[in-house]
Design a protein around this ligand. Structure first.
Ligand SMILES: Nc1ncnc2c1ncn2[C@@H]1O[C@H](COP(=O)(O)OP(=O)(O)O)[C@@H](O)[C@H]1O
Ligand SMILES: N[C@@H](CCC(=O)OP(=O)(O)O)C(=O)O
Length: 368
């Protein structure tokens, strides 16, 4: 074993490892992962576990259903979550703690900070946080939808240095290896390009959700926060032996040399716009340095209902995304001012009320 360079890691485990046959959980494939987590903790490395498997674990309580409805899947998750936690608890001789999250929690800044505080408190007291999406209560507008992206958001919240995504393949291949025998394993990715995304297909296991596409999305979120990301084969115990020797058993996505600062990363990758402010296509104010110059005179349309403090997307009519920012106005008030014929009144009102958005809470986006 080598001295590991990690301070805090997040390990994500997919459904296929925990409940491969949808007949309840099995620890068969989890022993290697549990031993790896136990060893890391013994070396003083803090570990957070993001575990899928509640839907697959609860599945068998609902009869011979092949394609359950969303409502039934939510009930399966509620039924299987306890089994999933119990299966992990049998493998550890230290206490664990359950966190069930939705994107609605993570995209709300106050609740995001609260989640960070809980994770750090658990780690400081020596517990292993086991995190899953709160499938039983999510709704379309509230869910992350896959634990790959959830694990990246958790890794950012936990300020981890490494994210390890355990899957049922050795890593990212040039094509889906289950469909293309000539597919080649990619050992290292230093930049996530459109070509990298093009290699990734969806899930193929009976229980998987995200497929490789969501793993690449997760890696992009993580590396922009300075978190190196591995995709490894969780079924192969040697994957963990290699990691403990400082080797790369699968695909390594190297972290960005200049990670985003925390709040900017949250605004870019975790917050979710509750509405849109559309500006003219010839809008050319530099929002990075002069966002407070955006006025209702620049606004051509307002989409969605948002409140003061919500995240909004500022974009052009042609679809070019300019920025995500915390709005200082509700959609109702901004519409009222934008619709005023008396522009002098609108200008005076804004001067008294303040800027629509400000540099302190803005994330400049790449182009379209
Ligand atoms: N380019 C690719 N490289 C590797 N796997 C791929 C690729 N494209 C699609 N896949 C599929 O993604 C699956 C892994 O994702 P998923 O089924 O969600 O498993 P998990 O439960 O581990 O998240 C692989 O089993 C494979 O079938
Ligand atoms: N929250 C869901 C997991 C969804 C998910 O991303 O599953 P997977 O692709 O197997 O990691 C569950 O516990 O079943």
């Amino acid at each position: 074993m080598t001295d590991l360079p990690w301070k805090r890691i997040v390990v994500k485990v997919g459904s296929a490892l925990i409940a491969p046959q949808k007949q309840g959980c099995s620890s068969h494939y989890l022993l290697g992962i549990a031993q790896f987590i136990t060893y890391c903790r013994a070396q003083g490395i803090q570990v957070v576990l993001v575990s899928s498997g509640s839907v697959a674990a609860g599945w068998h309580h609902f009869g011979e259903v092949d394609k359950p409805s969303v409502t039934v899947k939510k009930a399966m998750a509620a039924a299987g979550q306890a089994d999933m936690m119990a299966t992990w608890n049998k493998l550890f001789d230290f206490p664990t703690a359950q966190l069930l999250l939705t994107h609605g929690d993570l995209r709300n800044r106050d609740r995001y900070i609260s989640i960070k505080d809980t994770i750090f408190s658990l780690l400081e007291h020596g517990l292993l946080p086991i995190i899953n999406e709160n499938d039983a209560v999510t709704a379309d507008k509230l869910k992350v939808g896959d634990n790959d992206n959830l694990s990246a958001m958790v890794a950012a919240a936990a300020d981890a240095d490494t994210l390890i995504i355990c899957s049922d393949v050795n890593g990212l291949y040039t094509q889906n290896p289950h469909e293309n025998p000539d597919a080649k394993l990619i050992k290292q990715v230093t930049e996530i390009t459109a070509e990298i995304y093009a290699m990734a297909g969806g899930a193929s296991s009976a229980v998987g959700t995200g497929g490789m596409r969501t793993k690449i999305q997760a890696a992009k979120k993580a590396i922009s926060h300075g978190i190196e990301t591995f995709i490894i084969n969780g079924f192969d115990a040697d994957s963990f032996n290699q990691l403990l020797k400082g080797q790369n058993p699968g695909t390594l996505f190297t972290s960005n040399e200049k990670p985003m600062q925390e709040h900017l990363h949250w605004m870019t990758h975790t917050s979710q716009a509750q509405g849109e402010v559309i500006v003219e296509n010839d809008f050319n104010i530099d929002l990075d340095t002069h966002s407070e110059q955006l006025t209702s005179d620049d606004v051509v349309a307002i989409n969605g209902d948002f409140s003061v403090g919500d995240t909004i997307l500022v974009r052009k009519g042609d679809g070019t995304k300019l920025a995500k920012a915390k709005s200082n106005y509700s959609s109702c008030l901004l519409s009222f001012i934008t619709d005023q014929d008396d522009r002098e009144f609108a200008s005076e009102f804004q001067q008294k009320t303040g800027p629509i958005i400000s540099e302190k809470n803005i994330a400049i986006l790449e182009s379209k």
